[in-house]
Design a protein around this ligand. Structure first.
Ligand SMILES: [Zn+2]
Length: 111
């Protein structure tokens, strides 16, 4: 949380907003919990546990909308729909550039 959701004053990690006095401590805790769930989801995904990762991501999204959580949910949905992960077929090697003709040979041809 960068700003107080009530008055938009900059959040300075104090329990109450310095301008309007709104209690911000619980909101900050919710934000921390959302970030923790996102980290746990990434770990679950790395372990190959997509169902746990998806559940944690949905829980994280309920606490706080996070772009990365949305992207990862889309990624998991794509995998569940049959998308594969892997390297694309290697592109054909580019043609070797023509070697520059050494100046000495060029001069020799002129003879
Ligand atoms: Zn405020």
């Amino acid at each position: 949380m960068d700003r107080c959701p009530n008055c938009r004053a900059r959040y300075d990690c104090n329990p109450n907003c310095r301008r309007c006095g709104m209690a911000l401590e619980r909101l900050a805790e919710v934000e921390v919990a959302a970030e923790r769930k996102l980290r746990e989801a990434v770990a679950a995904l790395a372990d190959g546990n997509r169902s746990l990762a998806a559940r944690l991501l949905r829980e994280a999204q309920r606490l706080k909308s996070q772009p990365l959580a949305g992207e990862l949910l889309g990624f998991i949905r794509a995998l569940d729909d049959g998308a594969t992960i892997g390297r694309a077929a290697p592109a054909p090697a580019p043609a070797a550039p023509a070697a520059a003709e050494p100046a000495a040979e060029r001069r020799w041809r002129q003879w």
